[in-house]
Every structure is written in C-alpha cells, then in structure tokens.
Design a protein around this ligand. Sequence first.
Ligand code: CTP
Length: 397
Amino acid sequence: MKILFVVTGGIAEYKVVEAVRFQVKAGNQVKVVMTQMAKQFVTPLTFATLTNDIVYDSFEASTENPVAHIALADWADQIVIAPATANFIGKMANGIADDFASTVVIASTAKKRVLPAMNVNMWNNPAVQRNIEQLKQDGVAILEPAVGALAEGYSGKGRFPDAEIVNAFISEPVEKTATTFSGKKIVVTAGGTREAIDPVRYIGNESSGKMGFALAQKAEQLGAQVILITGPTNLTLAEDSSIQRVNIKSVADLQVALERAVQDADILIMAAAVSDYRVAQVADHKMKKDDFNGELEIKLVENPDILANLKRPASLKYVVGFAAETNDLITNAERKIQKKKLNMIVANDVSNHQIGFESNQNAVTILRPNHANVELPQNDKTVIAEQILKLIDQEIN
Ligand code: CTP
C-alpha cells in the first residue's frame, strides 16, 4: 500500500510522527507532504528520516519531477491528512488548491482519510461542521477527534485520537474509492420473483441475482448510497456493507418496496427478473394431488409492468431496464426501451449458457435512445457492472 501523509500545522503533529513510523514498519510505502505551517511544529528532517525520502513541501521541491503534485497524487493508494486543521478541512470541502499540499489532494482520485485535531471551539464551529459533512458526502473518511484534555488548557472534543485507533483507521483496506456516485442514491433490483401457488409451492425463474448484486456492490464502491431490492437468493453482502438490502418474494412485494425505495433516488437499475403472471387464486392450504384426477390447471393473471407504471419522483433522473431474450435481442430491447420509457436497456442473450443467469459471466448490448449501441463482450459480471455504471456516469455527470 502506498500511503501519502499530508501533514498540516497543528500541535498533534508529534503524534503523526508515530503514525508514519507505524505504517512504514507495517511494510507500506510512505511519503510525506507538509504545509509551510506544519514545518513550524515538527521538522521535515524527522519525517524524511522515517520515510527515507525527501519531504514534499513545495512545487519546486522535486526538480527531478516537473509536475510533482500530479506524480504524488497518482502515486498514492490513499492520502491521509493528519492532523487536519480547520483551515485545511475548509479548503478540501470547498475545492481550494492554493498551496502544494492542497493541490496534491485535489489532484488525486485516491481514497482520502482525514484526522481532524483542533481546539474544541474550532471543532464545534458550524462552518467546520458543515465542511466535515461536505467531506463525508464527498466520500472522504473522517476519524472524529477524541474527547479529553487539549492544548492551551482546554478540554473537550478535538484531541488527536490514541495511536491504536489512528493506526487501525489508516490500515483499513481501501476498496471504497468513493468518487463517481458520491451523494447519489441508487436503487437496484435483483434476482427473480416468486409467485405463490399454495403455501409451499411457487412459480419462479432462473435468475440468480448475480448481475444485480454486482451492480449494487460496484455502485457502493463508487460512493453511492445503495438500496438493493432482491428476490430470494443465497447471495450475501459483506458484513460492513452500507448497502440497504430489502428482501422480497412476489411481484406485489417488489412493487411496494420499489415505490418506497425510489423516493428521492437519482438512479434506478431494474435487473430483477419479474414474473409476468401470478396465480389467480393462491390456495391457503397445501394442495393435495388426489384432489385433481391426474390433471391440474392453474389460472394465471397478468402482473402489472412495474417499470412502465412506476410513479417516478422528480429526483429520478436515470432509469435502466434489463432485457433477457432468447431471440430478436435488439428488436425486442428497442421495443422495451420505448414502452417502458427507459434511458438505457441492458440486453443479453440468455440462450447462450456460458453467460447469463447462473453464470458469473455475462455479455451484453447496451441500448440508449439517440446513441449507437455498445457491445460489452463476455466478462465477469463485476466488470460488466462497472462498465454499465461508467456509461451511466457519463450521461448524468
Ligand atoms: N419488468 C417489470 N415488470 C414486469 C416485467 C418486467 O418491471 N411485470 C422489468 C424488468 O425488471 C426488466 C424490464 O422490465 O428491467 C424488461 O423485462 P422483460 O421480462 O424482459 O420484459 P417484459 O416487459 O416482461 O416483456 P416479455 O416478457 O414479453 O419479453
């Protein structure tokens, strides 16, 4: 892991010396950027010695690299701003890049972690709290300061937390590079629905839910707030996942859950395989075969088209449907995009058993009104999910 520490000017800097040392000892590659103010508390030589590198503190600092701020920004897997002053937090929250350190931070797409430390009154200042909220919305991880004795005789919230807490926070794996969909709410539906025949039997379909889960997980990684409405599946989400999972069975359940979930959502991705028909009269007891003289007819009635009839809130700017077809893929998909008023339809050929339903792989054609079709060749569903989300991102941002 390549960790770039950005050290800003505060008394807690001496504790950051320990944090840098810990990460170097843990086998990480560590570099340090210091602001001009930071150099007044701890000398650059301390960090240079610990990291066996120069300390980066100005645009001129590294003449061997004419664009040091971009090189550093690209180098880092994660940027740790510690201690983070109220001023630096304010600059980050408002996109200000007026010195070397803030320019590196703004130029990087790496995961960012901020460890604020300051006087209690500064921490409680509404402007600082607003900026902290903004950073959270931007997908920046914040380690809240600890409560206790502060410099200048104050006590309250503002202390740089203890070493174990700091080290654990910085050592958390970086899989959530929250950028693209920060602040966006995305609803994904996944899996197949089940229509009950009696208390123990149902009409279902082959959908595994894998494509929908992959989309939900990628969207989460890209910073979105995700609601995943799923039919029965044995797929699970990571324990620390922020995805809100809603389990449904029937189309009626799906409709209720979806109407609730799309309130103030920005994007809907409807990957669920929805049963077009349901049983007209669901038996309230287990049906017995001897009741039916060797022949059983079940009457089915049509389900509503959830996607076509969904009442869309004003916030909902982008709606994606799926079309699993065995023949006339493009013609059928084109018809569905119009009928269901979609911004995109993801069409796949389910007659090919190497892809689709139970498989971990998929190959799809993306159709959008007024765009040429895009073929996404066979690949893992996670990769296909990422490609779909990139296309959505291009259109909404
Ligand atoms: N869909 C829906 N409600 C239904 C049926 C489908 O919301 N009652 C959604 C699916 O989740 C999918 C899209 O509409 O995103 C297309 O689903 P598909 O089953 O391919 O289309 P149908 O309209 O059911 O057409 P057909 O079964 O005739 O192919």
